[in-house]
Design a protein around this ligand. Structure first.
Ligand code: SF4
Length: 72
């Protein structure tokens, strides 16, 4: 239950991922492979892109499994 939302963060953004609703459509992996790489653990590396790039790709997630909060 506590695993329902996973978080990944760097100094400028927190990314939330809900595996239970991820459709594995791959928009994230295709859009920003440096950040979203299912072969890596953790599979999301927010330090590998700017927050703007990451937010743009997350906005394309069709299931809304991915969301984010920008830090100040
Ligand atoms: S874009 Fe969203 S639904 Fe598709 S694989 Fe990534 S997290 Fe899952």
């Amino acid at each position: 239950m506590s695993e329902a939302v996973k978080t990944y963060e760097n100094e400028s953004i927190t990314i939330y991922w809900r595996p239970d609703i991820c459709e594995h459509a791959g928009e994230c992996v295709k859009g920003l492979p440096n950040v979203f790489d299912v072969k890596k653990r953790p599979w999301i590396s927010p330090q590998n892109a700017t927050s703007e790039e990451t937010m743009r790709v997350i906005d394309r997630c069709p299931s809304k499994a991915l969301s984010y909060q920008a830090k100040k």
